[in-house]
Ligand binder design. Structure first.
Ligand SMILES: Cc1cc2nc3c(=O)[nH]c(=O)nc-3n(C[C@H](O)[C@H](O)[C@H](O)COP(=O)(O)O)c2cc1C
Length: 219
């Protein structure tokens, strides 16, 4: 499939075929997509909870109760569910951890370049932590960037997905002890294969987007 076909075919799945499972090879590609996403100064301010078992999805469904129950079948009938979590804070120890990891991965030919990188991380994070006072918000933006590339990536593997902000983040943070670990949940993405009866499939319902004339200014 070329890019145009992938973009036209992908859609937010509303009903999954619970009998269809994502292969282990595709799950490995999916985890690699999550890990390889870019982020500002390579901060990687995220953590992912991946549920593939019935028990794991039942735990994930604790975030789709009450007001959020419209999303519950998309969790329980999917093949897998990824919970995207963002860091709630970042400090010098974490910036050092990022620089040390880059160093271990062979990215710095000498100590000066490593220190230059560490300085850039501290400078950018410092602007958000102290000047703009939006560090947490900035880190969440990086997680959303990951979600965007993730949705296109899984579609390129022929896998259907449902991004869900309609989740009880407090319940999920409690279920997975996230806040104690320095994270909070943001968005869940269900993955699998749509049921034939899914009304929202692009075979049945056309996609809707604002017109090109409204979206672009060509200069
Ligand atoms: C961040 C985000 C959160 C969303 N939350 C939900 C949700 O909780 N439940 C749902 O059914 N769809 C959800 N959607 C799906 C959007 O409604 C959908 O992406 C949009 O209508 C465009 O349609 P398409 O994804 O089929 O192209 C969400 C999408 C995004 C990007």
């Amino acid at each position: 499939m070329n890019l145009k076909d992938i973009l036209n075919r992908r859609y937010t799945t509303k009903e999954y075929d619970a009998t269809k499972k994502i292969s282990d090879a595709d799950m490995a590609d999916i985890k690699n997509l999550l890990r390889m996403s870019p982020s500002s100064v390579n901060l990687q301010p995220w953590h992912f909870i991946v549920a593939e078992t019935t028990e794991g999805k039942a735990r994930m469904a604790k975030g789709t109760q009450g007001f959020f129950s419209f999303n519950e079948p998309k969790v329980t009938n999917a093949s897998a569910v990824v919970l995207f979590c963002a860091k709630t804070d970042a400090d010098d120890a974490y910036y050092q951890h990022i620089a040390d990891t880059e160093d271990k991965d062979g990215r710095f030919p000498n100590e000066d370049i490593k220190n230059g990188f560490l300085g850039a991380v501290k400078a950018f994070a410092g602007i958000h932590k102290y000047d703009l006072k939006d560090l947490q918000h900035w880190m969440e933006k990086q997680v959303y960037l990951n979600i965007g590339s993730f949705l296109l990536g899984v579609a390129s593997l022929g896998i259907d997905a449902t991004p869900m902000e309609g989740i009880d983040v407090k319940a999920l943070d409690e279920e997975f002890g996230l806040r104690e670990k320095g994270y909070t949940s943001l968005v869940a993405v269900s993955l699998g294969y749509h049921a034939e009866s899914d009304f929202n499939s692009t075979d049945k319902t056309p996609k809707s987007r604002l017109p090109v004339s409204e979206l672009f200014t060509e200069i």
